[in-house]
Design a protein around this ligand. Structure first.
Ligand code: B12
Ligand code: SF4
Length: 357
């Protein structure tokens, strides 16, 4: 569809056009933020000082560049913030998979293709469309790829509020969406933030199996199952293993229980639909994959990043958490002599749980 040219730099009109073009790229919502992140910077500094980032050194590496867009990308005057829904299936299916101890639960954001490429490509196209209309301008696109405080920017851009579980929530759409940004040197006026609607609710705090939300809005990542199964490279601390249940990659519990997700819509992106039966597989099927099969089956998926060793580590914990069954114990025995000490230790732990009397 040809875009009507904007005659003069009417930035108020341009913002509305950008919203239209953004929706045409598949983003559900587009908002605008300034470069002052106010008290979010203080919160980030406190969070790092508490050590809540654990091994995620990259969270501390860039100092305040993360909370100061104009220091990360000099010349930035405003930020275009976007969100894209990713929920591939109804919450009933998710709950069934989570409740089935023989099944492996993969968090819903990771069932389809890795979102990074898709989001970046669409953001890039959006930026190119803007350039076609206003002429060349300075910009950089991001999605989870750089020191950017994405949720704070999205909150300031009016896309939702940061909930007590620390994810961004939208009143009409819940929280099952990814975020992305275009930093730009266009002087686009910020949108108005929306009010926080968590109220007295604390469902996410109470449901978290490993008690990672240590206070409202404060997540100790070192206890979060998402961190333990994806980011952590070494052994999973033993006291936290039982709480992991059958979650082998990420965790969705705090979002699943959130009342605002009753309003969540399913994704429109075919790329986010489950691939390789990841939504329905059994622990034993996954545990049987050798490295070549792991690499083949996770091609194009975010899961590939953790590698086969951590994949087996996570599965050994999940199998250890399943009700005792001779087939599960036998599968663990088969891997007791795995080459990796990390895998061997978790397999022995799982076997101990499977064979306890
Ligand atoms: C590091 C990281 C993680 C870490 C730490 C999470 C965290 N809360 O920081 C781990 C590995 C645990 C993680 C897990 C997940 N992540 Co993540 N993650 C990130 C990343 C790279 C940075 C987040 C960050 O800046 N953390 C810094 C801390 C300080 O932020 P914060 O905890 O949110 O704290 C803020 C507020 O809570 C508040 N605050 C802090 N303390 C206090 C205290 C008080 C009293 C108050 C009032 C406020 C307050 O201010 C802080 C600054 O804004 C972003 C991408 C990006 N570049 O932004 C994705 C991102 C946040 N993750 C995302 C997703 C999807 C997830 C998971 C759902 C994946 C999964 N299913 O397993 C889980 C959700 C777990 C959870 N409850 O947060 C999405 C979230 C989309 C959304 N709707 O919000 C993002 C934005 C990626 C993307 N581009 O879409 N993630
Ligand atoms: S579960 Fe309740 S407290 Fe947690 S984010 Fe949702 S509304 Fe806020």
């Amino acid at each position: 569809m040809p875009h009507a040219a904007i005659s003069s730099p009417d930035f108020a009109e341009l913002k509305e056009r950008i919203r239209e073009w953004g929706r045409a790229q598949g983003f559900q919502q587009i908002g605008f933020a300034g470069v002052d992140l106010g008290e979010h910077e203080t919160r980030l500094i406190e969070w790092l000082a508490a050590g809540f980032h654990g091994e995620m050194d990259y969270m501390a590496r860039h100092g305040v560049k993360r909370s100061r867009p104009a220091e990360l990308e000099p010349g930035t005057l405003s930020v275009i913030s976007v969100r894209m829904d990713y929920l591939p299936e109804s919450m009933r299916n998710m709950k069934e998979a989570l409740a089935d101890p023989a099944a492996a639960y993969v968090s819903r954001y990771a069932l389809g293709r890795d979102y990074h490429k898709l989001m970046r490509r669409r953001l890039q196209r959006l930026a190119e469309t803007i350039a076609e209309q206003v002429g060349p301008f300075g910009y950089r696109v991001y999605t989870d790829s750089a020191p950017v405080l994405e949720k704070a920017l999205a909150e300031n851009a009016g896309l939702g509020w940061i909930g007590k579980h620390t994810n961004l929530i939208n009143r009409e759409a819940g929280s099952w969406f990814f975020l992305g940004e275009i930093y730009t040197n266009l002087p686009l006026a910020p949108d108005r933030p929306v009010a926080n609607h968590c109220g007295q609710c604390r469902a996410c705090i109470d449901v978290c199996p490993t008690r990672a939300i240590v206070a409202p809005y404060r997540l100790d990542a070192r206890r979060c199952i998402s961190y333990l199964t994806i980011e952590l490279k070494g052994p999973i601390p033993e006291p936290l293993r039982p709480g992991i249940g059958n979650r082998i990659y990420g965790c969705d519990d705090c979002q699943m229980v959130c009342p605002w997700n009753r309003f969540a819509r399913l994704t429109e992106e075919a790329d986010f639909l489950p691939r390789q039966g990841l939504d329905r597989a059994l622990l034993l099927e996954f545990f049987a994959w050798d490295e070549a099969e792991f690499l083949r089956r996770t091609e194009g998926s975010a899961i590939r990043r953790i590698g086969h060793e951590r994949w087996l580590r996570n599965l050994a914990v999940a199998i250890g958490n399943a009700p005792p069954h001779p087939d599960l114990a036998e599968a663990l025995r088969q891997r007791l002599d795995a080459a990796s000490p990390l895998v061997r230790e978790h397999v022995a732990w799982g076997l101990g749980r499977q064979t306890r009397s």
